[in-house]
Design a binder for this molecule. Structure first.
Ligand code: SF4
Length: 342
């Protein structure tokens, strides 16, 4: 019996990538889904796993943190509005998927990209750049917009029938949703957004790390701590991360081997604080005062904390002064208005 043609799919678990898979599956193609894991997206994902089960496909998590970090640092085609290097990012996913084709016995690659869905990274020119930069060229099939795009090898070879591919373009998602309902595919994450690199606040912090020379894979604990904590920049390369809630506090503890100092509760409940960098005695005292400010007593009583496991006294704090310092230390990495105007 003739072996089925296989394709590897870039698969976030969302609406578009799931539908793209379904469209080629309908033509008898066997699809293996690749969910990419960077410092900023991907990883164990219930929704993606549920959708993979509905589609009846194998789901593989592909860790590419270091390579992805390199494109975040120095994207060939620049970044979007925030720190998102979408063209380079997509192209890297195709490149890595291309390197895996032989291992999985796949003949081509697919994605859920839709022409015009994102004005900067999914217009004609950008889709062309993604293909070219990845080196995968005519092996890249975008089933949802294929009829608008250049013919690809899978179509030329007859592995898929171009007539049965789609002609979706633009930002709307209604048609995709109708098709998902028709195929009885349910429970996908609501469409839109983008990864953490498209988030304004998160990007401001990454920009601050970039200015301080620590936007690098080696310093990835900074990026992970930023997801779960309030971030204060004391001075160049020296940051204090203050847990927001129990889950965040617990997660900060997971990074304890990479941080310089930890502050935890002794006699009054409060946040876990991680200090990363080199700090003066004055700054260590200030971080303890941050603890007091966010603790149950809100800085109004003398308390003790565990500073690197040592019981340390924190006196009643000057709240106004602390609030001002917090504002100053939190206001980091923001793009200056009109900064690109000469
Ligand atoms: S939104 Fe994030 S994951 Fe998506 S292409 Fe852009 S950088 Fe990559």
């Amino acid at each position: 019996m003739k072996k089925p043609i296989k394709a590897l799919a870039l698969f976030s678990g969302g609406l578009d990538s799931a539908l793209a898979i379904k469209i080629v599956q309908e033509q008898g193609v066997e699809v293996i889904a690749l969910n990419f894991v960077s410092h900023f997206f991907g990883g164990k994902n219930e929704k993606a796993e549920s959708m993979a089960r509905q589609l009846g496909i194998q789901l593989e998590y592909i860790e590419f943190q270091k390579r992805h970090m390199d494109v975040v640092k120095e994207p060939v085609f620049g970044r979007g509005k925030n720190m998102n290097p979408c063209i380079d990012c997509h192209s890297l996913m195709f490149k890595v998927a291309g390197e895996l084709m032989e291992e999985y016995g796949a003949s081509f690659l697919i994605s859920g990209e839709v022409l015009g869905q994102r004005p900067m990274s999914q217009n004609f020119e950008a889709l062309g750049k993604v293909k070219k930069l990845s080196g995968m060229n005519d092996l890249v099939l975008r089933p949802l917009s294929a009829k608008f795009l250049e013919i690809t090898k899978p179509e030329i070879e007859g592995w898929v029938n171009r007539e049965e591919l789609l002609d979706i373009q633009g930002r709307g998602r209604n048609y995709q949703m109708e098709l998902m309902a028709k195929y009885n595919l349910v429970d996908y994450p609501s469409p839109g957004g983008g990864c953490l690199l498209t988030d304004v606040d998160y990007s401001n912090k990454l920009r601050s790390f970039e200015n301080d020379g620590i936007l690098d894979d080696e310093f990835n604990h900074f990026f992970h701590l930023t997801k779960i904590a309030r971030v204060f920049r004391f001075s160049k390369g020296n940051y204090v991360f203050v847990g927001r809630d129990d889950i965040g506090n617990h997660k900060i503890m997971e990074h304890k081997d990479k941080v310089t100092h930890m502050i935890r509760a002794f006699d009054v409940p409060g946040p876990v604080i991680a200090m990363v960098g080199t700090f003066t005695e004055e700054e260590k005292k200030l971080a303890c005062e941050f603890y007091s400010r966010y603790s149950k007593v809100k800085g109004k009583e003398e308390i003790n904390v565990l500073f690197d496991e040592n019981k340390t006294k924190v006196e009643v704090i000057d709240l106004e002064n602390i609030e001002n310092l917090m504002k100053e230390y939190q206001d980091i990495g923001k793009k200056k208005k009109n900064s690109n105007k000469k």
